[in-house]
Every structure is written in C-alpha cells, then in structure tokens.
Design a protein around this ligand. Structure first.
Ligand code: NAD
Length: 352
C-alpha cells in the first residue's frame, strides 16, 4: 500500500489537504508536534468524512513528533516499513508562519523551519523517498510595485519568516542539482489562504492569538476581541490598506493534490509555482465582504504600519493553472461564509 507523509498535517492547510488525500484513496502518515494545532484531528476528519465507505482509523497514522528531532522523523519511516505502507512522497507543511513572531524570534524560526527541513530531507534521502511538495510563500518575493508577481520575479524577503522559506527553496534546488534524476520537488508559493471546509469541522485553529487577519476577523465577530487592528491606512493602494490575494483553503488543498499527481507522473524536476487567485483585495474590502455576507458587524481601528508588511502582494497564477491544470473555484464570499461557519460551529476551540 502506498502512503503519503504529511508533516504539519494537523494544521490549517495540512488538515484540509489530508481530507482530500483520504478521499483520493491515499493512506497517510501525519507527523505534527501540535505546536499550532490540535490532537483532535482524527475526530474532525471523521466528522467531515461521515458517509464515506472507508475506516479512517485504518488510513491515518497520526504521530506526535517534531521535525527538529531527526529520530521523530525516522520513526515514521520505520513504522511505514513495518506496517508495509511505503511512503512514496512527503507534503511538508510543518513550519512556523507568523511574520511578526519571526522578527521577534528569528532563531526559533530558522531552527524550526530550516533545520527541521534539513532533517526531513536527510531522512527522506536515507529511505529513498525523493518526492516532496513544500509549503513556500509569497513572502519570498521582493514586492515593490503593484504588479502581479511571477515565479521568476526577484526574491528578497523583508522578514525572517520569508527568508526561511527562500532558504528552503534554495536548499531544495541544491538537492536536485546533486541528484537530478532522482528528486521530484514542488515549491508551492501560497498567497493568503483563508476560509474553511464548507461542513465546518476543519478550519484555522491557532494555539495562540493569531497575527494573520482572517482568524482575527472571526474572533472579533464572535466578540472575543473588541476590534480588528488594521496596520496602516496610508499604503499606496486604492483605499490605503494592504492588498492581498486571498485564496480559499480548499482551492489551495486541491492545488496540492494536483501538484502531487503531476510530480508522481512526470520526470524528476523542481517546480516553483504560485498558488493564488490573481485577484487583489484590500483589508477594508475583506472586512466589508465578511460583514455583508454574514450580516455581522466587525469593528476595526487603524494602527501604524507593521514591520515586515508590504502594500500589494498578488499572484500571477497562470503558470500553476497551465502546468497543474488547476484553477481556484471559490470566491471571496465563499471564503467569508465558510470561515464564519467554521467559527460558529467551533466557538470553543479544541485547544482551550
Ligand atoms: P499551521 O500553523 O496551521 O500548520 C502548521 C503545522 O505544523 C501545525 O499543525 C504545527 O503544529 C506544525 N508544526 C510546526 N512546527 C513543527 C515542527 N517543528 N514539527 C512538527 N510539526 C510542526 O499553518 P498553516 O497555515 O497550515 O501553514 C502550513 C504551511 O504553509 C507552513 O509551513 C506555513 O509557513 C506555510 N504557509 C502558510 C500561509 C498561510 O497564510 N497560512 C501562507 C504561506 C505559506
């Protein structure tokens, strides 16, 4: 039986991707430290998959472990051999993702993201598993103008988080140079994933106060915080607030399935692809859409610009569309509706 190892699979994007892997018939190993997620993943996936004709407990091995610890990764590969479920590819989500935290704690970010990935690659090489889909980010780009970002545009991150992602991409380029006929690698540069699976059992469930905008909007709408702080009202954009490319997490998850499929059926190579919608939305437009779609008020206040932020970060997604035959299908209203549905169904997070 062939399996996929999903590091960080209990997290926001990982859990939605695991759902699709299971639906596609894969068995999965999930390695997660739960530093930013919950051990209740199987319960959430079971609820979402109710009615499917397979036993989820037979298809998932959920292992608590840290990619900073090589032995934790090796144990997963050993288990896969023992139970004869060979890991044919890794989808590598495990990482810390807060731009502002990365500025406060750069060493923690470098150690977790870069050192952790080096451990993973070493163990993959040892066990001759050389197919990997890596969670990169739009944070790798140098974003000085209002143009859509192409994969071959200059990269020059402005925060440690973005540097860790770019460094991992560079490591992966070196790895494939050393064994060009063996590795199949996809670096997927995500833009701004938000929303949740439409059933409301899976969603973004951070273990501490979120620093990204969408979970803050849902928490304010719930009354957990008084208002949203919008960092900067004087950015060079049409309404002065930052413009981002929001993408529904299910569209992003589908992009991973397409990338995996493509890699496993094509020649050894490294792909670098933007996963975004190509549509820019300002922070104010996001808040207004959320209020309108869900008929709820989300108070906000303006603060000064935040270090590590940019004015305009929007993808040119044409390469991913043509290479992967993938296309985002859900719009901003869907993202706002599904994200709020998840929050309403999970007022008390599993983690607290
Ligand atoms: P998330 O925090 O919800 O998920 C990451 C998961 O990795 C969590 O379950 C966490 O517990 C786990 N993890 C972190 N460090 C680990 C370690 N050392 N060992 C084992 N597990 C560990 O984040 P997400 O939004 O699902 O993001 C997934 C990946 O995508 C991350 O690498 C992130 O940097 C990247 N990314 C996210 C966004 C975004 O806006 N969400 C954008 C671009 C890139």
């Amino acid at each position: 039986m062939k399996s996929i190892l999903v590091t960080g699979g209990a997290g926001f994007i990982g859990s939605h991707t695991c759902l699709l892997l299971l639906k596609k018939g894969y068995d999965i190993f999930i390695l997660d430290s739960f530093v930013n997620s919950s051990e209740k993943l199987i319960q959430k996936l079971s609820s979402t998959l109710e009615g499917e004709n397979f036993d989820i407990n037979e298809k998932i091995n959920l292992i608590k472990g840290d990619i900073k610890n090589k032995d934790d990764i090796e144990k997963v590969f050993q288990l896969s051999f023992k139970i004869r479920k060979t890991i044919i590819a890794v989808i590598h989500f495990a990482g810390l993702k807060s731009v502002s935290d990365s500025i406060l704690k750069p060493l923690t970010y470098w150690e977790n993201n870069v050192y952790g990935t080096i451990n993973l690659l070493n163990i993959m090489k040892k066990y001759k598993c050389k197919n990997i889909v890596f969670s990169s980010s739009a944070a790798v780009y140098q974003t000085k103008s209002k143009k859509l970002l192409n994969e071959n545009d200059a990269c020059n991150p402005i925060n440690p988080y973005g540097f860790t992602k770019l460094t991992i991409e560079n490591i992966l380029k070196d790895v494939i140079k050393s064994e060009p006929l063996e590795w199949r690698i996809a670096c997927l540069r995500y833009f701004n994933p938000i929303g949740a699976h439409e059933f409301g059992f899976l969603g973004e469930d951070p273990t501490s106060k979120p620093t990204n905008i969408f979970p803050q909007i849902t928490k304010v709408a719930m009354g957990k915080y008084n208002n949203i702080q919008i960092f900067g009202s004087d950015w060079p954009t049409h309404d002065g607030t930052g413009v981002r490319d929001y993408i529904h997490v299910m569209d992003l998850a589908e992009g991973h399935l397409s990338a995996l499929d493509y890699l496993l059926n094509d020649i050894p190579q490294i792909l670098i692809l933007n996963l975004g919608t190509g549509l820019g939305t300002s922070v104010l437009e996001l808040i207004n859409t959320f209020q309108k779609v869900n008929n709820i008020s989300v108070p906000y206040i303006f603060k000064g610009r935040r270090s590590g932020d940019n004015a305009f970060v929007v993808a040119n997604n044409s390469l991913a569309k043509s290479v992967l035959n993938w296309e985002p299908k859900r719009n901003l209203e869907d993202m706002c509706r599904d994200g709020w549905n998840w929050q309403l169904k999970n007022p008390m997070r599993f983690n607290n």
